[in-house]
Design a protein around this ligand. Structure first.
Ligand SMILES: [Zn+2]
Length: 77
């Protein structure tokens, strides 16, 4: 996920660890801690990987597991 470009300002999007983030999934919120996201240095736009979005869905529907997060962390190393 490193080194790709922001679709708004064309600056570089960097991987950052966010201490806490809230995602809305239909009628409920899913709170994730220490999640890795892509954040544009210039405009601050955030990018979430497809796996992260899928994980939010899994947690919201009760299907989430810890191994999903381990896999996500490995992707950003
Ligand atoms: Zn940007």
């Amino acid at each position: 996920m490193h080194g790709y470009h922001c679709e708004y300002c064309q600056d570089t999007v960097r991987a950052r660890v966010v201490k806490r983030g809230a995602f809305r999934h239909k009628t409920q919120f899913v709170i994730l801690e220490d999640m890795t996201t892509g954040i544009c240095d210039t405009c601050g736009n955030r990018y979430y990987s497809a796996d992260l979005v899928r994980s939010v869905h899994d947690i919201a529907t009760g299907a989430g597991t810890g191994s999903v997060w381990f896999f996500l962390i490995l992707m950003f190393l």
